[in-house]
Design a protein around this ligand. Structure first.
Ligand code: ADP
Ligand code: MG
Length: 143
């Protein structure tokens, strides 16, 4: 398995619940390393740019409004198979379908307020990381 980087976002609902530490603990205990963090409050236009791939979906407007409703914590995670591993730790998009013990099963209230974002491919991860970070912001700690 190759070492990869992926983007995680702790969404406004989970930031408001003060569970940043619990979410990061899950990443670290499962072999992922946090190599960059950026806490920011997106405007609706910035959220719209980040989620441009969903522009035609019926939930796009609500998604942009939710993602700009409060601060988020964007993070770059590094580790073996990081893209799929992060998705596995997150659980399904709809928390009702998320496997027990996943971040969304434990912290998400609905399909809208679902606690975390995670890149779904290595290619999207590179683009999403570049949205929030410059290379100079990242501190790889590979041996
Ligand atoms: P994921 O975040 O699991 O990668 P998607 O990329 O499909 O899921 O969707 C992006 C985000 O849009 C989801 O995390 C969720 O917040 C929202 N979303 C997706 N599908 C719906 C839906 N049917 N109704 C409302 N919001 C949705
Ligand atoms: Mg997605």
């Amino acid at each position: 398995m190759a070492v990869q980087r992926t983007l995680s976002i702790i969404k406004p609902d989970a930031v408001a619940k003060n569970v940043i530490g619990d979410i990061i603990r899950r990443f670290e205990e499962n072999g992922l390393t946090v190599i960059g963090t950026n806490m920011t409050h997106l405007s609706a236009a910035e959220a719209g740019r980040f989620y441009a791939v969903h522009a035609e979906r019926p939930f796009y407007k609500d998604l942009c409004s939710f993602m700009s409703s409060g601060p988020v914590l964007a993070m770059v995670l590094e580790g073996k198979n990081a893209v799929a591993l992060n998705r596995q730790l997150m659980g399904a998009t709809n928390p009702k379908e998320a496997e027990a013990g996943t971040i969304r099963a434990d912290h998400a209230d609905s399909i809208d307020a679902n606690a975390v974002h995670g890149s779904d491919s290595e290619e999207n991860a590179a683009n999403e990381i570049a949205f929030f970070f410059s290379d100079l912001d990242l501190q790889s700690r590979l041996a």
